[in-house]
Write a protein that binds this ligand. Structure first.
Ligand SMILES: NC(=O)c1ccc[n+]([C@@H]2O[C@H](COP(=O)([O-])OP(=O)(O)OC[C@H]3O[C@@H](n4cnc5c(N)ncnc54)[C@H](O)[C@@H]3O)[C@@H](O)[C@H]2O)c1
Length: 330
C-alpha cells in the first residue's frame, strides 16, 4: 500500500529523553519498550527469563517492518530503535529510570514479589506503573514501598500500534505522579486517559466485560448464535465507535430516546457475577479457543501464527485508514 504522507507519520524523532524501565519482555513488554524507544527514550527491559530477549528483539524488528510497510514510521525512525533498547536480568539496571512500567505475568503474588525485590534499587523519584489488565492497584501498592508514586499505564494490544493508555489514580497515588505520567506518555506520542478511581478492569476492560456478559447470556438463552452475535457486533454499531464513541453516539441520536431505551432494556439485561453456561462448559472441557483448536468456533484447520499475522495486518490497515481520515488519535 502507498505510504502515508510525511506529516501523517506520527512517531516523532526525538532527542534522547528520560530513561524508561520495562519489567517483562513478553507480549506487552516488548511493544511498550518499542513505543518509548521510537519516541527517543533509552529503554531497559528486564525479564527473569533471558530467552525472552531474543524473542522480544525479533518481534520489535518485525513490528517496525510492518509499520514501515504501512507508512507508520520512516526508515530513519525505525533504524534507531534497536540501539535504544537494552535487556537485563539485573534489577539494579532499571532502578534509575524515570518511569518503570511493570508488564510481568498477571498474578498479584508475582507482581507484588517483583515490586518488593525492586524497591531497594529505586531512585527516590522513580515512578512505578503497572500494565495490569484487571488487578486493582490497591492490592499491590504497599509492596512498592512508594504508593504515592505508583499508578497504572495500561496499554492495549498490539502495544506498538495502539496509542491509548489508561492511567489510574489509586487512593494513595499523588496528583503529581498522575500528571507526570500523563505528560510523559503524551510526550511519547501516546493518548493516555486519566481514571480517577482504582477499579478492577479500570475502564476499557469493564466496558468489554459488560458487552461480553450480555453477549454470552443471549447465546445461553438461545436468543442468538455466537456467529450472529459477532456479525451484529462487527457491522452494526462498531463501525461508528471510532467516530463517536459510546456517549457521543447517544448525544447525536437524542438523549430522550436514550433514556427510554434504558427503561425498557436495562431491567432485562444480564447481571450475573461470573461466567457461566456455555463459557464455563467450554473451559471445563479444555476448549480454550484458537490455541486448542476449538472454542465457540472450530479452529482445528487454522494455522495459529498465520491467523494472528492476518489479524495484525488487518488492524494495521484499519489504523492507517483511521489516521488518514483523522479519526484515530495516534
Ligand atoms: N496480553 C494482552 O493482551 C494484555 C493487554 C493489556 C495488558 N496486559 C497485561 O500486561 C501484563 C503482561 O502480559 P503479557 O501478555 O505481556 O504476558 P507475557 O506472559 O507475554 O509476558 C510476561 C513476561 O513477564 C516475565 N516475568 C514473569 N515473572 C517475572 C519476574 N518476576 N520478573 C521479571 N519478569 C518476569 C515472563 O518471563 C514473560 O516474559 C499482564 O499484567 C497483563 O494482564 C496484557
Amino acid at each position: 500500500m502507498a505510504p502515508l504522507s510525511r506529516n501523517e507519520v506520527t512517531a516523532p524523532i526525538a532527542d534522547q529523553r528520560s530513561p524508561i524501565g520495562v519489567l517483562g519482555a513478553g507480549l506487552m513488554g516488548h511493544g511498550i519498550a518499542q513505543v518509548f524507544a521510537l519516541a527517543g527514550h533509552q529503554v531497559t527491559v528486564l525479564d527473569t527469563n533471558p530467552a525472552a530477549f531474543d524473542a522480544a528483539r525479533s518481534k520489535v524488528a518485525r513490528n517496525l517492518e510492518l509499520m514501515l510497510e504501512y507508512g507508520l514510521v520512516t526508515s530513519a525512525q525505525a533504524a534507531v530503535v534497536p540501539r535504544r533498547l537494552n535487556f537485563t536480568t539485573d534489577l539494579c539496571d532499571v532502578g534509575e529510570s524515570t518511569l518503570i512500567i511493570e508488564a510481568v505475568t498477571e498474578t498479584v503474588e508475582i507482581k507484588r514479589a517483583v515490586y518488593a525485590d525492586l524497591a531497594p534499587h529505586l531512585a527516590p523519584d522513580t515512578v512505578l506503573a503497572s500494565n495490569t489488565s484487571s488487578i486493582p492497584i490497591r492490592l499491590m501498592a504497599d509492596a512498592t514501598g512508594r504508593p504515592d508514586r505508583f499508578t497504572t499505564t495500561h496499554f492495549f494490544r498490539p502495544a506498538y500500534l495502539c496509542p491509548m493508555v489508561e492511567v489510574t489514580k489509586g487512593e494513595l497515588t499523588s496528583e503529581a505522579t498522575v500528571e507526570s505520567v500523563l505528560n510523559l506518555l503524551r510526550g511519547a506520542g501516546l493518548r493516555p486517559v486519566r481514571i480517577n478511581v482504582d477499579l478492577p478492569g479500570q475502564v476499557a476492560n469493564r466496558l468489554r466485560q459488560a458487552l461480553f456478559r450480555e453477549a454470552l447470556d443471549l447465546v445461553d438463552r438461545g436468543v442468538i448464535s455466537a456467529e450472529d452475535i459477532d456479525e451484529l457486533t462487527a457491522f452494526s454499531f462498531s463501525p461508528r465507535m471510532p467516530l463517536m464513541g459510546v456517549i457521543k453516539d447517544r448525544d447525536l441520536a437524542g438523549l430522550e430516546i436514550a433514556l427510554n431505551g434504558t427503561e425498557s432494556v436495562w431491567p432485562d439485561l444480564c447481571n450475573a457475577d461470573s461466567g457461566h453456561g456455555v463459557l464455563r462448559r467450554l473451559v471445563e472441557d479444555g476448549h480454550f479457543g484458537l490455541k486448542t483448536g476449538r472454542g465457540f468456533f472450530d479452529w482445528s484447520d487454522v494455522d495459529f501464527a498465520a491467523q494472528w499475522e492476518t489479524l495484525e495486518r488487518q488492524q494495521l490497515e484499519i489504523y492507517a485508514t483511521l489516521r488518514k481520515i483523522g479519526a484515530w488519535p495516534g
